[in-house]
Design a protein around this ligand. Sequence first.
Ligand code: GLU
Length: 335
Amino acid sequence: MVRSASPTLPRIRVLATGGTIAGAETKGARGYKAAAFSVDALIAAVPQVGELARLDVEQVAAIGSQDMDEATWRKLAARTSAALADADLAGVVITHGTDTMEETAFFLNLVVRSEKPVVLVGAMRPATAISADGPMNLFNAVAVAAHAEAHGRGVLVVANDEIHFAREIAKTNTTQVGTFRATARGLAGLVNAGRIHFYSAPVRKHTAQSEFSLDGGSALPRVDIIYAHVGTGRELIDAAVKAGARGLVIAGVGDGNLGATALAAAAEAAKSGVAVVRSSRTGGGVVERNIEIDDDRHGFIVADELNPQKARVLLMLGLTRTRDARELQEMFFTY
Ligand code: GLU
């Protein structure tokens, strides 16, 4: 549906999936239900977007992003790629819950082969809340997707007047509107009431240069995350392997460390052909090879700067191409 009179404005497709940006309060100003509103209602709340772009809208899902799954990821990737293949379309905006936004953004960053802008946007406050953040976030996201300089930067996330790279963004706070942080490489830029300032380019390969594809159609391999702590046992590692995990991501302590008992189980898993990636539960920093753990001897892979949930996304896609630990390691230094 075209919502602007001006045929000279860029065309942007909005793919809606739900989340708080479409959420409504249920008990006064406390509880709420994600995905209560359609994308049409969201856009109606920001009529000013008609000055930025001509919008087509499509409701892909209506879920809280804690229910995001592989089938919806595939549908979203397919709908995004189809939209971007349309020469007349400038970019895509995806409305999404904030809980798993970073995983979906990074997934799309690895499987959508296009230089055109793909911008995810969400909100921390429901659409019916006092000072809802969704309308301005949506306005800013459309402005970014319609901007020529957004090309070639990979999948972006817009929230709280900031433009984030998919690889760098993490949700770091349960409730605050400034929840998203770029934990390592910094922001892509800033967006102030639709006025855009880009400051940096992505440091790693993405989208158009990515080697990953969903064309084969078979299910992504199972990858589980094991959270380390004082006294981590081996039981959950053994259970994951028994459940058919082809990969494990360790949310290790500090520099991706594991105590001796769990380390022995992880080493056995790696020896049996399960890809074991060491990430960190700290929320920032690099996990390097062979510091306190002999990765060469155990056949482990390190996550570099990826947090556990993003390391899982890359490992699932990596395992569709190889089971070789050295090749998988190279992917973690490439994406
Ligand atoms: N749990 C919901 C979701 O991720 C609401 C959180 C949000 O969107 O901010 O969709």
